[in-house]
Design a protein around this ligand. Structure first.
Ligand SMILES: [Zn+2]
Length: 143
């Protein structure tokens, strides 16, 4: 399908869609991934020119690229990176291991096990990204 128009107002988008339907053009609204975001009007490739003519538009809109790391809740792209604690934990863990190796701790094996367990848990538990729009936080790891 081809994106022929984009609307901010849902009613306006629906009106345009049903107008095309009335001319037996299959139209589809794809919409609003982000709150307040645009609603796209799509038609089949074969109906592109006729649809543009009916809508009084010069040409179809360019394809929108998929947002970078879209939010799982609202689809907004480009989230904030909040993985600072994960990085600090990783750095701290490495420091513990290096210190343990240098001073030949008797419990070095145990320390290593704890550090790796903490890495494993933090990978899933500590969120890495925060949505700029709805402030949902998520981790890159499997949910
Ligand atoms: Zn969001």
């Amino acid at each position: 399908m081809i994106r022929v128009a984009s609307f901010v107002d849902l009613e306006e988008a629906e009106r345009a869609g049903s107008m095309l339907m009335a001319h037996s053009i299959t139209a589809d609204l794809r919409g609003r991934l982000a709150r307040g975001g645009p609603i796209d009007l799509l038609v089949d490739e074969q109906h592109e020119n006729r649809a543009l003519e009916l809508l009084g538009l010069p040409e179809a809109l360019p394809e929108v690229p998929r947002p970078f790391r879209p939010c799982p809740a609202c689809g907004a792209g480009d989230p904030l990176w909040v993985g600072k604690w994960k990085a600090i934990l990783l750095g701290g863990g490495l420091a513990v291991l290096i210190t343990g190796a240098i001073f030949r701790w008797p419990a070095f094996g145990l320390a290593t096990a704890i550090v790796f367990a903490a890495f494993g848990i933090s990978l899933f538990v500590i969120p890495e990204f925060e949505c700029r729009q709805c402030h949902r936080r998520w981790s890159r790891g499997p949910r």
